[in-house]
Design a protein. Structure first.
Length: 80
């Protein structure tokens, strides 16, 4: 909603962090390419979006690695 305005938003805030919009068609295409189900791909995309909303980014290699590790940690919780 306010890209770049806040580096680390406070989760406790009553203000919305932003929106996550996922294209089902793109998710299905990516799932097919990666040989996994649409449910897993939708979960991955949701987690990715939530991480962006909470201040994570992947513009630089070091940030990419941090974000991918966080995604993996969360996916393990869902056994995906």
């Amino acid at each position: 909603m306010q890209e770049g305005a806040v580096k680390s938003p406070e989760i406790e805030s009553d203000k919305p962090l932003g929106d996550i919009i996922i294209s089902a068609e793109t998710a299905q295409r990516q799932a097919d390419t990666l040989n996994h189900g649409i449910e897993k791909e939708l979960t991955v995309l949701l987690i990715h979006g939530l991480l962006h909303l909470t201040g994570y980014d992947h513009e630089e290699d070091k940030d990419y690695k941090i974000m991918r590790e966080k995604e993996s940690e969360i996916l393990k919780i869902f056994a995906l």
